[in-house]
Write a protein that binds this ligand. Structure first.
Ligand SMILES: Cc1cc2nc3c(=O)[nH]c(=O)nc-3n(C[C@H](O)[C@H](O)[C@H](O)COP(=O)(O)OP(=O)(O)OC[C@H]3O[C@@H](n4cnc5c(N)ncnc54)[C@H](O)[C@@H]3O)c2cc1C
Length: 474
């Protein structure tokens, strides 16, 4: 009897849904199974604090989604996806009323970087000019024959450097701090190789596609992807916690939008022992400690530009940020953490009742940490927005353990799909054979595969492509 499905996808995060959408669009019969009550994974939106305050549980700012080649051809706008651009992509307040900014409008950026404006443009400009092509180069496993070798070299050369080293190009604090904040998205000590690549990619995005949010909350992106799956004939079931691939309906290929250790557990019976052992060894990265806020009014930032950006990097100078990330990597909890703050309701009025606001803030903590960072996060925000605590109506804390309980991919609160240091860099860059294909008919498609974390669906699309070349060829 013919199998009812060509492919079963375990997990409806952005990568699982993107894999399913491409497979369904290619005419394959697809079933998606998700353990939570709703699709979305890291793009779920819930009323965490009070009714009518719509909070993104994880991702809100989605520059890589706007430009993602993986979302092309899926007609997501037709399924309700709309991006909202804030006035400024990113603001980075320093003490006093000044904030450095990074934006699509070069002149806004230059005005805040003073004498470093030229060096910033020389560093980021060529990458910004080629950003869509750069994203395409990064969309699959390396090494491959690049279509834009010059562009890749301009990214890869400086990107390999530690951020502390590349920031040496800048003479003054605004550009140094801006660069350090961008690089700190790596959740690594900024003295480590490759940390510059995060800063370069995120800055290039800010200068071209901006750092938008999704109108109505990131859930709308997940719902749009689910819409694309269903429109192409795919099926989605929620509330199904898959324990083993052996228990799945028969199919020619299984896609796991899971952590590597969970993939090893689910597919243990069919994986070659060496592959299983490698997946089990995959180390989680640092965790997020996140607080969601319902606010009575906007944050009273001292720097006016901080009110004009959806994303605000709160951490002070480059030295302070590097110190905070170093402390975290050493297993400690910095007194003054680097805090990423996002205030989507300033630009998307659908997220909160009229006149009210939503905001989230998170900092990095050691994996599995049980230390409450709420006070330290709020002290950092107060430093740049005196009176912040007075506008808080309600708060909801997501400590690392809470994040993992909601989504097992966030092991110990890991927000990046695994640690980015040591030998793990090789599989994460795709510098091993078959980063997606674990065994015949078994694929890993989560953010632990290349090109890595973020809402872009490129891991899922690349895994789907790999299977369409083999088990699902016709
Ligand atoms: C606090 C936080 C903030 C973030 N902010 C941003 C941001 O602003 N912008 C950005 O681009 N990225 C952000 N990210 C990262 C982004 O959310 C992830 O990189 C992205 O969601 C990864 O997508 P994924 O599909 O690989 O996995 P996930 O989104 O984690 O989805 C995996 C899905 O699989 C399901 N699943 C797992 N195991 C099983 C099983 N056995 N059976 C059934 N279902 C299963 C899970 O329930 C989940 O729904 C953030 C992450 C965190 C933690």
């Amino acid at each position: 009897m013919a199998d009812r499905y060509d492919a079963v996808v375990v997990g409806a995060g952005p990568n699982g849904l993107t894999a399913a959408a491409h497979l369904a669009a290619a005419g394959r019969r697809v079933l998606v199974l998700e353990r939570a009550g709703r699709v979305g994974g890291g793009t779920r939106t819930e009323d965490l604090t009070r009714p009518g305050f719509h909070h993104d549980v994880c991702a809100t700012v989605v520059p890589l989604a706007v430009a993602s080649p993986a979302f092309e051809g899926l007609a997501l706008a037709g399924h309700g996806l709309e991006f909202v651009q804030p006035d400024l992509a990113l603001a980075h307040p320093l003490d006093g009323t000044f904030a450095a900014v990074c934006d699509r409008d070069w002149s806004s950026t230059a005005a805040t970087l003073g004498a470093d404006a030229g060096a910033w443009r020389r560093t980021v400009g060529p990458l910004a000019a080629g950003f869509p092509s750069l994203l395409r180069e990064l969309a699959g496993p390396l090494p491959h024959l690049p279509r834009h070798p010059g562009l890749l070299a301009r990214f890869g050369g400086p990107g390999l450097l530690p951020a502390t080293r590349l920031a040496g190009r800048f003479a003054a604090e605004p550009a140094r701090a801006l660069f350090a904040g961008l690089a700190a998205h790596s959740a690594q000590p900024l003295s480590r190789p490759l940390t510059s690549s995060f800063a370069l990619l995120l800055a290039a995005a800010a200068h071209t596609v901006g750092w938008p949010v999704v109108r109505g909350g990131s859930q709308r992106l997940a719902d749009a992807l689910a819409g694309a799956v269903r429109a192409a004939g795919g099926e989605i079931e929620t509330g199904v916690d898959v324990r083993s691939v052996a228990a799945l309906p028969p199919a020619r290929a299984v896609f796991l939008d899971t952590s590597p250790p969970d993939a090893a557990r689910l597919a243990s019976a069919v994986l070659p022992p060496a592959r299983r052992a490698a997946l089990e060894r995959f180390r989680p990265g640092p965790a997020a400690f996140k607080v969601d806020y319902a606010l009575a009014e906007p944050v009273p930032w001292s720097a006016p530009d901080a009110a004009r950006a959806a994303t605000v990097h709160v951490g002070g100078t480059a030295r302070e940020i590097a110190g905070a990330e170093r402390e975290t990597a050493a297993g400690r909890h910095p007194d003054r953490p680097f805090v990423i703050v996002v205030q989507p309701s300033r630009f998307d009025g659908t997220r909160a009742p009229a006149g009210r606001h939503t905001l989230w803030a998170y900092c990095h903590v050691p994996n599995g940490s049980t230390v409450d960072m709420t006070g330290r996060i709020e002290s950092q925000i107060e430093r740049f927005a005196p009176g912040f605590r007075d506008v808080v109506l309600a708060r909801h804390v997501l400590a690392p353990g809470d994040l993992e309980r909601r989504n097992p991919n966030l092991r110990g609160g890991d927000l990046g799909g695994g640690d980015l240091s040591g030998r793990q860099v090789l599989p994460r860059l795709g510098l091993v054979r078959h980063p997606y294909r674990l065994a015949a008919g078994v694929y890993l498609c989560s953010a632990s595969t290349p090109p890595g974390p973020g809402v872009h669906g490129m891991c899922g699309a690349a895994a789907a492509r790999a299977a369409l070349r083999r088990e699902l060829r016709d």
